[in-house]
Design a protein. Sequence first.
Length: 290
Amino acid sequence: MPELPEVETVKRGLNKLIIGRKIKTVLSNTSRSFPNSEFEVKNFMVAARVTNVRRRAKVLIIELSNNYSLVVHLKMTGQLVFVDKKDRFGAGHPNDSLVGDLPDKSTRVTIEFSDKSRLFFNDQRKFGWVRLMPTSEVPNIDFMKKVGPEPLEDDFLPNEFMQRFRKRKNAKIKAALLDQSVIAGVGNIYADESLWGAYIHPCRLTGTLSDKELTDLYQEVRTVMKLSIEKGGSTNRNYVDAEGKRGSYMDFARVFRREGLECPRCGNEIIKIRCAGRGTHLCPSCQKLK
DNA sequence: CACTTGACCTGTCCGC
DNA sequence: TGCGGACAGGTCAAGT
């Protein structure tokens, strides 16, 4: 599921919904999704309050009052859905909700707060995970040590973008965009959308791109992901925000999952190919290989 | 080192 | 209707 805009949307939702709430009980049905021991949960999670929710790349960090944090990666199908005590059986969730009564079959972790409200970590494919650790240890996890800069930060400039991609000259540009150690947060949807915006074929080798093409791509990555955050992210399949609601970026997508339809720029047919091991959407007329 | 591929899971969709 | 195979928002480990 979630790329930077979706994780950012969940982060903003959780900051409105769970700050100050006190954890009462924690239930988990897979050690794979939540490897911490009962001892750790009892001693470093129960009775703590949520103080802040942050995002780094596609990772969420839920900070607790005792200097521990819950680190969450949603991977492909993870959801973090908050249900207030008054919302029974999904009532209170609007019609655009994708989730019904919780917990359901995909629920891996349930956190109940002292006021009976609950936060559910659902994950159909079980690739995602939740991990409790001291807040000071979060920067030391392998992913955090290697992940590249946040592309939407004000101080992330075209020059740094270009320098980072220039080091990956033999990789296909789409593979480099998806590589979280180059820049953070881009996934399959926004890679395709940005490459279309910059008139670049996803299978071009990065070393063949001009300075102008790279700076155009820098702009597109930022523009597309900012727009998506405004739209609450993309609900391609499972993704929902912290209230269980869908995002609407797919209504604005120009190529992603639009194979067989017209390119909004030139009217030629959008195609779907495989590039960098992923399903890839492009306009063969706007995005030439050479 | 740079780069690619397969594995991790469950569910859904498509063709026979 | 049933069944097999391909595919799905992400990352790793292992391979070339």
